[in-house]
Design a protein. Structure first.
Length: 187
């Protein structure tokens, strides 16, 4: 098995052998499994082609190692994908969900759009809390809005199809441009 880029293929249905190989060899090399799941955990044998997925960490390794494999029935080969991904941190900015949220479409607006529906407020808080910590430069954005959640004021930098930045006295966070966030906030 020789890797080419971040994937390799093996003729035949070999994903179980590959799965067992990594489960045995990586811990021997001081890797710790963070998550693993396989079609072997599913009692339905019709799903056996779906293979496995795993995430591994190791002290001194900057990130996580992701390994997955599945059997491609059409090409009669096992496809293995592995990749190094950075570890992202996310801290909670809003401990208690406020009764309402005030959203200023533009940072210079004097009147805000108030959201009081509990489920919407909770979802917006979850988006903000789940966004990843960002210590790099905030890229310029076309639009800047402000969200007030109780005593917390968060500036939102965004534009169509690009990352969303949240900025408050607690720091900066980054989030993918999720359509549900825009729908909930009317941004």
């Amino acid at each position: 098995m020789k890797p080419t880029e971040h994937q390799y293929v093996v003729k035949g249905n070999k994903w179980i052998d590959i799965y067992n190989f990594y489960l045995k060899e990586l811990p021997a090399l001081v890797w710790k499994v963070e998550y693993e799941d396989s079609a072997l955990n599913d009692g339905d044998t019709e799903n056996d082609w779906s293979g496995f997925y795993s995430r591994w960490i190791k002290e001194g390794f900057d990130g996580e190692l992701w390994i997955s494999a599945n059997y491609n029935q059409f090409d009669e080969q096992t496809e293995v994908i592995f990749d190094k991904t950075p570890l992202y941190n996310s801290t909670t900015w809003i401990e208690e969900t406020p009764k309402n949220i005030c959203i200023y479409q533009n940072q210079n607006d004097e009147k805000c759009h108030e959201i009081e529906e509990k489920s919407k407020v909770e979802k917006i808080v979850r988006f903000i809390n789940d966004a990843i910590e960002w210590d790099k430069e905030v890229l310029s954005s076309e639009k800047t809005s402000v969200i007030e959640l109780g005593n917390t004021e968060i500036k939102v930098f965004y534009e169509d199809g690009k990352e969303i930045y949240f900025q408050s006295e607690k720091g900066t966070k980054l989030m993918k441009p999720d359509p549900d966030f825009f729908k909930l906030t009317n941004l």
